[in-house]
Ligand binder design. Structure first.
Ligand code: ZN
Length: 144
């Protein structure tokens, strides 16, 4: 069995034994690590797939390079990714590279964090927040 995780590099669905989430499991197709201790840049196509099948919370930071608060929050987001390794995965989606994200996810302002799990949106937060607020929110709201 194991839990379903989409490879955030190539989009391949993988199954990982729960007890091995922190054991450096790699994608069976492209060899990228499936569980990392840092945010991973993703495309909108991979996000669409991951949000549908992933059984571990996926926390997505919708950001843009021109957005000061986004740049300010980036190190906080990275710290949260490290703290919650094996409990949630963290990804970043560049809203300039994928402008269709705005309509699809109803984005009104960035940085925007959305937590997905098992085909559902578990919650969202707009505006820059600290790593502690991110980890508290994920732990309480996203079921990590
Ligand atoms: Zn892969």
């Amino acid at each position: 069995m194991g839990i379903k995780l989409t490879c955030l590099a190539c989009g391949q669905g993988n199954r990982v034994p729960r007890e091995r989430l922190n054991a450096g499991h790699k994608c069976g197709t492209c060899g990228a690590p499936l569980v990392e201790d840092k945010p991973v840049d993703i495309s909108i196509d991979i996000l669409k797939k991951a949000q549908r099948i992933d059984e571990l919370p996926l926390i997505v930071d919708f950001w843009a390079s021109w957005c000061g608060p986004c740049r300010m929050m980036a190190p906080e987001f990275s710290k949260a990714a490290q703290a919650l390794k094996g409990h949630a995965r963290f990804a970043k989606l560049d809203t300039e590279a994928f402008p269709e994200a705005g309509g699809r996810y109803g984005i009104r302002g960035i940085p925007l964090l959305i937590a997905f799990r098992g085909g559902r949106e578990m919650g969202r937060r707009t505006g820059a927040i600290s790593s502690r607020d991110i980890t508290d929110w994920v732990t309480a709201g996203a079921g990590a």
